[in-house]
Design a protein around this ligand. Sequence first.
Ligand code: BLA
Length: 511
Amino acid sequence: NTPAEPLGLSNCDQEPIHIPGRIQSHGVLLAFGADGRLSHRSTNAADMLGAAAPALGQPLGQTCFAADPAMQGLVQECLAGEADGSQPVAIEVALAGAAFELIGHRQGVLLLLELERLGDEAALLADDAFKGHKALVRLKRQRTVDDLLAVAVQEVRALTGFDRVMAYRFRHDDSGDVVTEARDPALEPFAGRRYPASDIPAQARRLYLLNTLRTIVEVGSQAVPIEALEEGGAPLDLSHSVLRAVSPVHIEYLTNMGVAASMSISIVVQGRLWGMLACHHMRPHHVPYRVRSACDVLAHVLAADVQTALARASAARVAAAADARAHAIETLLHAEEGAQALAGQAEALTGMLQAHGLVLAERGRVLAATGVAPEVARELLPFLAAQTPLHSGLWHCDNLDGMPPALREALGPWCGLLALRFSDATDGWLVLLRKEEVETIAWGGRPDKVYRHGPLGPRLTPRGSFEVWKETVRGRCVPWSETDLEIARPLLSELARASAARSADLDRARS
Ligand code: BLA
């Protein structure tokens, strides 16, 4: 499944990043086959392990991994685990006179063993269990999504020592926002920036759901090839490897930003990649597996707490909207000129639906319009009637591609409509309007710094990313969410009821 074209910016979602055939150079990878013999090894094995490095074809039972009870135990535990790579086991070992972390997992019939050299990370390892616990306790005290993310970036930075730790939150279209960060004050701020979905291609997102933490220890280092006992066999699946070499496209992106080491941890909410904790270091940086595992646990707890906080926030929004709705309907029922009374509620109505403009019309007359001239608003009505056949209902769109160009032009910045037809008898419409998404972003995040770039050009820089994001949302508003619709539906039905009640009152008054 290698793409026919050379890999570049247009087809980077085709790159099979789980089978790169290479690992990062700070560790050694060994794979044993179903027959118990060494089937693959990284070509740096002898350099790093000396005499302890097994030869291709050597049976596991004759390697150092069978000689030591702790390593033997790890092997047994891996072999007893799931074959999908999801249950890694790790211990600290001494080999060739040096300290390593040995991380094992099963991948199909293969047993993968990876060794990462432990150097002078003593400061990171000191009290790591204690620090990890403290981080979880702090996290547990937060109630809102923003507070949770703010604490998470601080704690991950304290645990790992990265120069910058960002909380990256994905949006409806898989673009993402840097919501908050903890960083070395000497670095420029990234908080508030927005990136397009294409900065993290689909296959990488799929992989990051399976394997929730990855690290690049030295962006500039040369990846090490993996040699196999059997030439021409299937490439080794490194989906769950901790040493997997990273896509060259992404390496170029990090290099352009001056980043020398990175780590990112998935925040998975309800089976979806909801966000990431993304870390940068301006020099090479090795965070021991033990500390990375603590961060992974933290991200799991964070994800569960985020899910709770999201549900709480959505419920609070719906409840606040219900109060505002009750007030608006009350006003409508008791006012002399009902629809005009409702116009007085324009701010409450746009607020509850996160809209920025509104049109209220009955019997072909525009009773109120905010953000759009009444004559333009009137032209909207036949268009809407054509979208919603002649019965009460709800209709929405996040772009105006289907609209006659002249009308679209006249609407100016408006790109999205949520139309509630609350009365057939009086041709009653409440229409909420949203602006083009680019108009509503906080521009504080706009990247100003000009970065140098590599062979693939300026696309792979923060500014290049931002330009691409702007292109992808041209003519579009933020789509109406499930919570928006949950708020709009009862608004529609209560407007319909209030309108019918008023008509009945008027009829009675007339007769
Ligand atoms: C992977 N892209 C990633 C990752 C991040 C980003 C966090 C995960 C890998 C890691 O931990 O470093 C994106 N990183 C960002 C963003 C910020 C950041 C947006 O720090 C913002 C501050 N990347 C591109 C383009 C392509 C691309 C245009 O920008 C392709 C055309 C590819 N990104 C790409 C690939 C991976 C990736 C292939 C997977 C890397 C891997 O795991 O092998």
